[in-house]
Design a protein around this ligand. Structure first.
Ligand SMILES: NCCCC[C@H](NC(=O)CCN)C(=O)O
Length: 419
């Protein structure tokens, strides 16, 4: 372990970590109530009004927090504690914990975002509780909880980055429910694409030759993409749905709409997959005589800029709590999807870990929705929060560790952005 700030011994840091764990356990009931309140009322991206209200109420009822509802976005919030401690002129070390709370259409919290909110809140309570119990904290510390809506659709963290919400943060943490405990997974860069074909209606039996078939264009495009996949790199992904394909069998469809996700390991590769996909959509328009409009999502999701220094510190703390991590780099390179945390990782050093919740069900299934709302998930959720809080305390009290985190972030960002 790096050398600690003056006045804090390794034993005292360990006592602080244990204190954080006790604070989290003591708040276990209210944290579980918070999580289940969110879970019971699933709300879609940018519409998480009840979840926002529950989280703002939660922190407003906790002593010492400054809470801002509707923070820069209607369903975002910010809760801060501090800066406290240190000496006049000391630099503030601002630790951020991120909460997600949007659900999926039709299957509720099938990605367990209610547990993401709980982990973030719990870890923040733990750090605040441990520091607050000190007669004098030798570090000028601040804890920031940021409610970041719309991860599943639109990317609220990206909106918040653009609005300046992450300025002044030194390190950020969040954890995402999964099937295993892992400090890093190679989440993909991603962009949404909506494709609209406009044709010409006609009676499909009487004079079909008068029509221009927008459904044919959609089907051709879908098949074009299906054969394109053979020529894509194995980690690239193109997948989607036909949202509209016509209204009646005897009316040649004059409108069809498709919704696709395009994904690549690095956000610098997105233009290449976009170019390939566009040829598939435009050639289908040419083949059928349709007009085509391509509309990209407002936010590109970035891949995650990993911070191995922080990951290792998190793993060390988690192991003391009995967490068994996947550390095999090959398994960590298997993409689990995408997240707008990737964009955050390019503006603030941080980790987006994954944690087991007591079920082998798969995300984005009804079984996972049930698992995310089950009492059994609470033990794993609070354990993850403790590991995050312990790692935050390491960052606060080990200046060398914080410097290594910063150095790795700067080097990784330079390497990534120089291609
Ligand atoms: N613009 C759509 C982004 C979809 C993000 C979604 N995220 C997760 O499933 C969370 C786990 N990475 C996805 O990857 O489909």
């Amino acid at each position: 372990m790096s050398s600690l700030v003056p006045d804090v011994s390794p034993e005292q840091l360990q006592q602080l970590k244990e204190s954080a764990g006790r604070c989290i356990d003591e708040a276990g009931d209210v944290l579980s109530l918070l999580s289940s309140e969110i879970w019971r009322c699933p709300e879609l991206a940018y519409q998480e009004e009840k979840a926002h209200e529950a989280l703002v109420r939660f922190f407003s009822q906790q002593p010492g927090w400054t809470v801002q509802g509707h923070y820069l976005l209607n369903t975002a919030f910010r809760a801060t504690w501090g800066p406290m401690g240190g000496r006049e002129g000391d630099n503030v070390v601002n630790i951020g914990f991120l909460c997600e709370y949007d659900a999926l259409p039709g299957i509720g919290h099938a990605c367990g975002h209610n547990l993401i909110a709980e982990v973030g809140a719990a870890a923040a309570l733990g750090v605040k509780g441990a520091l607050g119990a000190l007669s004098h904290c030798p570090v000028r510390a601040k804890v920031t909880v940021l409610g970041t809506p719309a991860e599943e659709d639109g990317g609220g963290k990206i909106d918040l980055i653009q609005a300046g919400a992450f300025e002044g943060m030194d390190v950020v943490f969040m954890a995402h429910p999964s099937q295993e405990d892992v400090a890093y997974c190679a989440d993909l860069a991603e962009i949404d694409l909506t494709v609209k074909y406009h044709g010409k209606a006609s009676h499909a039996a009487a004079y079909p030759w008068k029509g221009i078939n927008a459904l044919d264009a959609a089907v051709l495009a879908y098949n074009n993409l299906s054969v394109l996949r053979q020529q894509l790199k194995p980690e690239w992904r193109i997948h989607g749905i036909i949202k509209h394909g016509g209204v009646k069998p005897n009316i040649i469809p004059d409108y069809s709409e498709l919704f696709f996700y395009l994904r690549t390991p690095k956000h610098q590769d997105l233009p290449h997959i976009k170019e390939k996909a566009e040829k598939c959509f435009r050639s289908a328009a040419m083949a059928t005589g349709c007009q085509v409009n391509l509309e990209y999502g407002k936010n590109e999701f970035y891949n995650i800029l990993r911070n191995i220094t922080l990951e290792r510190a998190y793993e060390e703390n988690g192991k003391t709590l009995g967490i068994e991590f996947i550390t095999n780099e090959k398994l960590q390179e298997i993409p689990l999807g995408s997240t707008d945390f990737g964009n955050v990782s390019f503006v603030v050093p941080g980790i987006h870990t994954y944690f087991y919740i007591g079920s082998n069900a798969l995300n984005h299934t009804e079984e996972y929705t049930a698992a995310a709302g089950a009492e059994k998930a609470q033990f794993y959720t609070l354990r993850t929060a403790k590991a995050m809080a312990m790692t935050a305390l390491d960052v606060l009290f080990c200046p060398e560790l914080l410097q290594r985190v910063r150095d790795e972030y700067a080097e990784a960002k330079l390497k990534e952005e120089s291609g």
